[in-house]
Design a protein. Structure first.
Length: 540
């Protein structure tokens, strides 16, 4: 079995592992379950025996039976094609991959492989159908219906084990149905708020519902990530509890029940020169790389989509009588990097933009208008550089062409206490500020199109904005006064509220920029107030 498929198989079995613990511990449990297949098969037998005796459970019982048979086939297949402890394939199994040249004996082996795989797929197809019937049977208990959905998702993935990406659309539909269950929606209300509303379920049952739902979301996410499918996380199915939308994958409010929220941090691993010391500004490119300005090292650091350091390039080409501060960074659709800097000189200061190509060679620098103080920037599809700042006491946006020539200025009568700027589609420019927590949208010529207020109850201490091109969503991040969490509010390009993502903000004093990758991952520069903890980039 090819290694990617082996990983997908292992990830899917994680649906039947205890859902609430530490991720590393759960991965170890998953691997032990994988290598000791008889343990999982016994669990399937136990599950089936627990379902005996009730006619309403017939579909669920049959689903377990077919699923167990399918897993049994796959384990037999695995034993024939893999012999290493870590589950990687042997050279003999590698010859089974499509397009390889095989001998006559190997063709016989391939035929046997395909035959067993076909039998497994047929069992999983039947298991999925029976599980669907069970889930739709409202005579079953909530616990049984949720378990039916777990089986349905697992069977859907394993039925398409040769091309698991073909199962993902069906899995997203499964999430929509699971999240629409009234018991699930009510559970997510009490899962992140104090107090117990009246209901039919105990606190333990509600936590188990939340944990199972989060685990199903996580396994589908893991499989999508393994096969390299665009996750489109900003359109990931949420739980609508009637008051707000909860993202089971990334919302910090569910971590009190389930610790597998898909976030991690980067910038503090490796040698000292590779670490982020005082990050300011963050951007992403079409390759999913993260570009972060480090104001202490006076350089720009580049990380890949998994957070591994790739390279850096220095901005220290200034004369000795000058010093330099990085204000922010941006990228264009050609993956060029723009760095907004402030030059501190004996007689004052000046602002400029550095332009660097993909090779990170410094192409050129152009100065901003005299007396203009810039603190954020963006680049639109027409390679216009949009710089947010202040001149003569007025906050505004200055626009420069690709050669650094000043084009136009706008927003002077509109924007106040502005902090974030981003370029959207159709030439739109989005500006966000703390003054009444507003968002203003302009066209490229500076004409004001509309504005909308943020869905916040208190004053935002910090703000930044990003635009997700595939889904045409506006993301506004901020740290609300009195709330430790970093909140990310997601809107349509027309200002309609969609969802909220929260990052646990314990020990977070502030943040200095957000960006969003093509697949919908949100990355934020976070400054910590915890002693001994440096600033970092948090990825959701």
């Amino acid at each position: 079995m090819p290694s990617t498929l082996t990983d997908v198989f292992k990830a899917t079995l994680g649906l039947f592992v205890n859902n609430g613990g530490d991720k590393a511990v759960e991965n170890q449990k998953r691997d032990r379950t994988f290598h000791k297949c008889e343990s999982l098969l016994r669990e399937m037998d136990d599950m089936k025996s627990q379902l005996d005796g009730l006619e309403a459970r017939e579909d669920l019982r049959t689903s377990v039976y077919f699923f167990k048979e399918g897993v049994d086939y796959l384990f037999k297949l695995l034993n024939k094609t893999s012999s290493t402890e870590d589950g990687t394939i042997t050279p003999q199994a590698a010859n089974l991959e499509a397009g390889s040249t095989v001998s006559a004996d190997e063709k016989l082996l391939e035929g046997a492989y395909q035959s067993v795989l076909f039998d497994a797929q047929e069992r999983f197809k039947e298991a999925s159908l029976e599980a669907t019937e069970a889930f739709n049977n409202e005579a079953l208990s909530t616990s049984d219906r949720i378990q039916a959905m777990v089986l349905r998702v697992a069977a859907t993935i394993l039925e398409k084990l040769e091309r698991p990406e073909d199962a993902l659309d069906a899995c997203r539909l499964c999430l929509g149905e699971l999240h629409s269950m009234r018991a699930v929606q009510n559970s997510f209300i009490v899962g992140h708020k104090k107090g117990q509303p009246e209901g039919l379920f105990s606190e333990g049952e509600r936590k188990n519902f939340i944990s199972t739902v989060c685990n199903v979301n996580r396994v589908i996410y893991d499989v999508a990530f393994m096969v390299g499918t665009c996750l489109d996380l900003l359109n990931w199915p949420c739980v609508d509890n009637g008051k707000e939308y909860i993202d089971p994958l990334r919302d910090a409010r569910v971590t009190q029940v389930h610790s597998w929220v898909t976030s991690w941090s980067i910038g503090q691993d490796g040698e000292h020169e590779l670490k982020l010391k005082n990050p300011r500004g963050i951007a992403t490119n079409t390759r999913g790389q993260l570009i972060v300005g480090d104001n202490e090292d006076r350089n720009v650091k580049v990380f890949d989509s998994r957070g591994t350091f790739v390279k850096s390039f220095s901005l220290s080409h200034e004369p000795s009588h000058m010093s330099l501060d990085i204000q922010n960074v941006a990228t264009d659709r050609n993956n060029n990097i723009y760095v907004l800097i402030r030059r501190k000189m004996p007689r004052g200061e000046a602002y400029a933009v550095y332009l660097s190509g993909e090779s990170n060679d410094l192409h050129r620098t152009f100065a901003l208008r005299e007396r203009f103080k810039g603190w954020n920037l963006a680049v639109n599809d027409n390679s216009k550089v949009l710089v947010l700042g202040r001149r003569s006491g007025n906050e505004l946006v200055d626009v420069y062409d690709s050669d650094g020539h000043f084009v136009v200025s706008f927003g002077e009568e509109r924007i106040k206490h502005a902090e974030g700027i981003t370029a959207a589609n159709d030439g739109r420019v989005v500006v966000v500020g703390t003054y009444f927590s507003y968002v203003h949208v302009f066209n490229e010529q500076g004409e004001h199109l509309f504005k909308f207020s943020l869905k916040v109850e208190r004053y935002y201490l910090f703000l930044d904005v990003a635009f997700h091109w595939p889904s045409e969503r506006i993301l506004v991040a901020g740290k609300e006064e009195g709330n430790e969490n970093l909140r990310v509010l997601v809107y349509t390009k027309d200002g309609e509220f969609g969802r909220e993502i929260q990052h646990s903000g314990k020990w977070v004093s502030s943040f200095a920029g957000i960006t969003v990758t093509m697949e919908g991952r949100v990355a934020a520069v976070v400054h910590s107030k915890m002693p001994g903890v440096l600033s970092k980039v948090v990825i959701h």
